[in-house]
Design a protein around this ligand. Structure first.
Ligand code: UDP
Ligand code: MG
Length: 141
């Protein structure tokens, strides 16, 4: 067990469906501490920078269009085993494959429009939090 931080993004479909409060309540009920939180309107260029690892994938242009379609809410979250536990809370990328009760299974419409992002490792969580938050906007440790 280790105290970790992970980045969550409530994607444009989450705001369009008015599910921000519901998903934040699920995050808090699962024991995560919110260390930083804000709303941001990403440009396609911002999305391309954030998802640089996916730039050669066939879904990249639909991903950038989707993520820039409307504002998102970004959260820096802290908990023991935050990275893995958050991935378990949200479920698999494709809601059809996500376990019952997970956020994506309950609320996502498709593999692309899947309501929420979660970091895939402690290292990417650290880099992704730094992408969105200045030190003064985060809870101090
Ligand atoms: N995505 C997509 N089609 C795919 C795979 C992924 O549109 O076939 C989108 C989806 O929004 C996903 C994001 O690209 O959440 C990043 O993909 P990744 O494989 O990293 O999934 P995640 O880590 O979000 O579960
Ligand atoms: Mg990923």
């Amino acid at each position: 067990m280790a105290l970790e931080r992970t980045l969550a993004i409530l994607k444009p479909d989450c705001l369009e469906k008015k599910l921000v409060g519901t998903v934040v309540a699920r995050i808090e009920a699962a024991g995560f501490t919110i260390c930083g939180m804000r709303m941001v309107a990403l440009t396609p260029r911002d999305v391309a920078a954030f998802y640089a690892a996916h730039r050669t994938r066939p879904f990249f242009s639909s991903l950038t269009g989707f993520m820039a379609r409307g504002p998102v809410v970004v959260l820096a979250l802290e908990k023991e085993d935050a990275v893995q536990d958050f991935r378990e809370l949200i479920g698999a990328t494709d809601p059809a494959q996500a376990a019952p009760g997970t956020v994506r299974r309950e609320y996502a419409s498709s593999k692309g429009e899947n309501v929420v992002h979660g970091s895939d490792s402690v290292a990417s969580g650290k880099a992704e939090i730094a992408f969105f938050f200045a030190a003064r906007d985060l809870l101090r440790t």
